[in-house]
Design a protein around this ligand. Sequence first.
Ligand code: ADP
Ligand code: MG
Length: 274
Amino acid sequence: MARVIVVTSGKGGVGKTTTTSNLGMSLARLGHNTLLLDADTGLRNLDLLLGLENRVFFTGSDVLNKKCKLEQAIIEDKRQPKLSFFPLCSIHGSNPSIIGEEVEELISMVSNKYDFILIDSPAGIDASFQNAIRMANEAIIVVTPEVSSIRDADRVIGILITHGIKNNKLLINRIRPKMIRNDEMMSMKDIQNILGLPIIGAIPESEQIIIASNRGEPIVLEKKLSAVGMAFENTARRLEGQEVAFLDLGNIEAKNLVRRVLCKFLVKKPKEIK
Ligand code: ADP
Ligand code: MG
């Protein structure tokens, strides 16, 4: 049976879909059969981040309405055959909603075929959030080091626990070490102390994420992994149960700064340390 993990947050726009696509691709690259389920029925964009938008013809809703077979709605990634994508319902059409029992039925149909099912959920206050968490036995709560994100995450953790999901971990996204050093941003330790949950991943702020998203290529597909790609891959390894130390993001940032200054004197375009 698959480990069913919901990727969620309190606040919107903190990086749930980015996390789902990169973690999913990493888990598949590590050899696990992985299914990514898009349960954010309002802002469905996991297909875009995976570059699979042109291959979505059917959805989970169509499977339940007997418009197609299950295999027709699940899309296998051509770059990584251990990764598949399953949109729950269409963003087009008059009634894109899907109810909790239906989500439950769909996940039951697929759970014995995969090692991991990652559910990209809407933020914790949206109506369809309850559907997304229904079949999950674990949760990754994505937070950014901002007070609003942390306060909202706290509420969501309370809801998850009320629904019996007790295996919860934090993924801190968009970390800027320089701001932490200057006391302008909360540190990982501060966030962990406030929310009282273990940290499974620490991802730096990176322009490369935006470029990768626009290309529809998860950043962990790069030939030579950047710091952010490595941070996602390390998160996948921790999910597997490996003990992996957190990257020294401050050190990577400092080395990039030195390189930029040197290149300015040499009038060369700086190359970021990967
Ligand atoms: P959510 O699914 O929580 O709404 P997304 O994954 O769609 O959030 O991310 C929201 C925006 O933030 C996107 O434009 C994405 O490219 C950007 N983003 C996410 N993580 C990072 C990061 N570590 N560094 C820079 N930009 C990021
Ligand atoms: Mg999203």
